[in-house]
Ligand binder design. Structure first.
Ligand code: AMP
Length: 286
């Protein structure tokens, strides 16, 4: 496994793999890896790819009051996990390598960023889209793998790739969960034991919504109210949103009459957790 820190070295390694006829799979991450990240690597391996992973805590996607400084980092452990997973290249740039001092270009994806995390994290998705576009230019892979856990991010990147004709296929991978349903996240380490127990309310609320819709419920306000009760019972510090949006454009809906994304963002102490499920209403008459 090759570990490189410069754009030039990353490009050279990928070019060599491509020249050898390999299909290149790319997994961008912010490190502090868990089974969710490793499931993306496994998907790339399943597809027969030569696998590149990036580890970069991107300052551009953190707001001034967010957790950039304290975001968990453990490069040695990450590299060991990636070595065991059979990864071929790890790109670990510094912020200075990624952003020259006079870098002023930003990518803004409209519409898909209007709701859910968009209003709560101003500039976040511009930071994500910009760094991912740069990473795609540095690691010109055939496929890039992203988790559905970050559903809005996946939608934003998929749309950016389509709108800008970037020559890469975006692959979405299912959310990997702890046995009690909590979505794996690098930020879960921030949770106290008590917060960690209460945090299971997110997935329980999402499952309740899925069950209600499966049983014929179509009214978003009723679904959202039932979810709210489950989440409020866990005494969160703050509920940023409990939202039902159409799964394509991420716009709020009132009735569940097509595929929807049900998404929540909830804070326990200083830790902001997100989770979601995609639900198709059963066909009419069933
Ligand atoms: P991050 O390091 O948090 O930026 O995540 C890097 C990639 O891993 C993103 O595509 C995430 O959506 C994905 N990811 C994070 N957590 C999970 C999870 N629990 N299951 C599946 N994918 C995940």
């Amino acid at each position: 496994m090759q570990v490189v820190r410069t754009i030039r070295e990353a490009r050279a390694a990928v070019a060599e793999a491509k020249a050898a006829g390999r299909r290149v799979g790319f997994v961008p991450t912010m490190g502090f890896l868990h089974q969710g990240h490793l499931s993306l690597v496994a998907a790339a391996r399943q597809d027969g790819c030569w696998i590149a992973v990036s580890i970069f805590v991107n300052p551009l996607q953190f707001g001034p009051s967010e957790d950039f400084e304290r975001y968990p980092r453990d490069e040695a452990r990450d590299l060991e996990l990636l070595r065991q997973a059979g990864v071929d290249l790890v790109f670990v740039p510094t912020a200075a390598e990624m952003y020259p001092p006079n870098a002023v270009t930003r990518i803004h994806v409209e519409r898909l960023t209007e709701h859910l995390c968009g209003p709560w994290r101003p500039g976040h998705f511009d930071g994500v889209a910009t760094v991912v576009a740069k990473l795609f230019a540095i690691v010109p892979a055939d496929r890039a793998y992203f988790g559905r856990k970050d559903a809005q991010q996946l939608a934003v990147i998929g749309r950016m790739v389509r709108d800008l004709d970037l020559p890469i296929e975006v692959v979405g991978c299912d959310t990997v969960r702890e046995p009690d349903g909590l979505a794996m996240s690098s930020r879960n380490v921030y949770l106290s034991a008590d917060e960690r127990r209460r945090a299971t309310a997110l997935y329980r609320a999402l499952c309740l919504a899925r069950d209600q819709i499966g049983a014929g419920e179509r009214d978003v306000s009723r679904v959202a109210a039932a979810m709210r009760r489950v989440i409020d019972a866990a005494s969160p510090t703050q509920v940023d949103y409990v939202s039902v949006v159409d799964a394509e454009e991420l716009q709020p809906v009132e009735r569940i009459d097509r595929r929807v994304l049900i998404a929540v963002a909830v804070r326990f102490g200083g830790t902001r957790l997100i989770d979601n499920v995609v639900v198709d209403p059963p066909p009419a008459g069933s």
